[in-house]
Ligand binder design. Structure first.
Ligand code: ADP
Ligand code: MG
Length: 483
């Protein structure tokens, strides 16, 4: 047992015990109403208190550090608030259910800490809350730059941000500056010009398009090496939220707005592999997500006018594309994955598109691609588990293709995407590679990280630099001895 806080509340004692495994609140009949924005969580707490009162056996409840983000003391009101976001019974999405305890500023503490009898109840509560908080998060004071795209998805990104903002406002060590973008590319320009020392991370509330802007803004700075070390967080606010889903899934979390805000607040990070993309007549771009051709590019780009539907736009448009698929005729050349270590030949600057590829074990695949889908992350959107098991930091891409597929096989493949079982469907080919070039013939389109790129040959080469994604588990387990 690390710390014990005894507060006297009217006649009832409230004991909160912090142990290495959780916060054990023996009586929570002291829940007080704060303000309307907290009504839902307080209702939950009140329900909890009612249960406790009716049945004393239920009065003991252990809150897991895994579900807590820490807390704060409201000295004026004499309240201890623990920010608590448990998951639903089956390990589903998180919901906010804070625990609010009254310390009572007139309370006299039953002090177990020798020599501190002159301290007030609130002083002790503050020490206790700070200690609980240290168990909950990688605690460093953080100042984030938050960019919100008001037109992404069905246009709810601003509202979604409010959910996370309400949580972060109760965490004293997180502060932020907000930018609601007013046009495309504004985010990229802001990131290119920002003073890196002012922020500890950039948080995107949008789909993958604004993440793409942020990463390209960082990668195109003269100090790009330092800039790309700036961690990037993704709160799903768009229709394609592949990065958010890949981070959440790899961290054992469910897909959701609060889940993403919760995971970012925990403070873990992981490496995000990047690629340099060359297209004819354009400066190189930086990609973190995907390159799609054929039916997948048509679904991705063609459905943009249906953005008001949110994520559903992809499914609705897919029905049309399966009925009238427009394949991509192309030659694909790729360097097969050997290990997670990059071969030397791929470690330098990429060759230009009109140069021959350096010698190596290149493999050529030619044909009529019903679709071609290269992905750098396990999920390309919240319900497309395109490359199951592909880690964010892995230095390889998964290329998933179907050549001359029947409509039935194509439909079966698309229907199995959310489970990731498409990889075992007839006609689906999967190549793992470190770099690739694709030379299309005829007229079609490519979608890079969900965005238009000029149609023509495209080359993806491992970038010399990596990015840092906000959000990772397993979160370091709390240990009494090292705190
Ligand atoms: P979605 O997942 O819905 O496609 P994205 O985040 O991918 O959402 O954004 C879609 C596009 O919106 C991107 O091309 C991005 O550059 C652009 N964009 C960002 N902010 C704005 C804005 N304020 N107005 C119009 N377009 C914007
Ligand atoms: Mg998009």
């Amino acid at each position: 047992m690390d710390a014990v806080l005894h507060c006297t509340l009217d006649s009832e004692p409230v004991t909160a015990v912090c142990t290495a495994v959780g916060v054990d609140i023996s009586r929570v009949d002291s829940v007080l109403e704060q303000d309307t924005s907290q009504r839902r969580c307080l209702n939950n707490c009140r329900h909890f208190a009612n249960v406790a009162n009716r049945n004393p056996d239920c009065a003991r409840r252990v809150l897991s550090f895994a579900d807590l983000l820490g807390g704060r003391v409201d000295r004026e009101r004499g309240l201890v608030q623990l920010v608590h976001c448990p998951r639903s019974a089956r390990g589903g999405s998180r919901r906010r259910c804070d625990v609010v305890m009254s310390v009572g500023d007139r309370a006299v503490l039953d002090l177990e800490l020798k020599g501190s009898s002159s301290r007030t109840a609130l002083d002790i509560a503050e020490t206790w809350v700070a200690m609980v908080s240290r168990f909950c998060v990688v605690q460093n004071t953080r100042h984030y730059f938050v960019m919100i795209n008001p037109v992404s998805g069905a246009g709810h990104a601003v509202k979604r941000w409010e959910i996370v903002k309400a949580v972060w406002n109760d965490l004293p060590w997180i502060s932020f500056e907000e930018l609601v973008t007013s046009r495309a590319n504004e985010g990229e320009e802001r990131v290119r010009q920002m003073n890196l020392n002012d922020y500890d991370g950039i948080v995107i509330v949008s789909g993958d398009g604004l993440v793409y802007e942020a990463l390209n803004g960082l990668a195109s700075r003269p100090d790009s090496d330092k800039a790309l070390a700036m961690p990037i967080g993704h709160i799903p606010g768009g229709s394609g939220n592949g990065l958010a889903q890949s981070i959440l899934h790899s961290s054992g979390e469910s897909f959701g707005v609060l889940d993403a805000g919760f995971l970012i607040a925990k403070g873990g990070t992981q490496t995000l592999h990047l690629s340099t993309v060359s297209t004819a007549g354009q400066p190189p771009k930086t990609s973190f997500l995907s390159l799609a051709g054929g039916v997948i590019a048509d679904i991705d780009l063609g459905s943009e006018s249906l953005r008001f539907m949110g994520n559903l736009r992809f499914s609705v448009y897919a029905v049309m594309c399966v009925a009238r698929p427009r394949p991509l005729e192309a030659q694909l050349v790729y360097w097969p994955e050997e290990a997670d270590k990059l071969p030397r030949a791929l470690c330098g600057d990429p060759p230009s598109l009109d140069e021959p590829l350096p010698p190596g074990p290149w493999v050529t695949v030619d044909g009529v691609f019903t679709f071609f889908w290269g992905v750098n992350t396990a999920w390309a959107s919240s319900d497309s588990h395109v490359a199951p098991g592909l880690a964010l930091g892995s230095k390889s891409w998964s290329l998933i293709c179907m050549r001359s597929a029947s409509r039935v096989d194509l439909a079966k493949c698309l229907l199995a995407l959310d489970s990731g079982k498409h990889v075992n469907q007839p006609g689906v080919e999967v190549f793992r590679c470190h770099a690739f070039r694709i030379h299309p013939r005829g007229v079609s389109q490519f979608s890079l990280d969900g965005e238009h790129v000029p149609f023509g040959p495209v080359q993806l080469w491992p970038s010399q630099r990596e990015a840092v994604a906000l959000g990772a588990l397993p979160f370091p387990a709390p240990s009494c001895s090292d705190r």
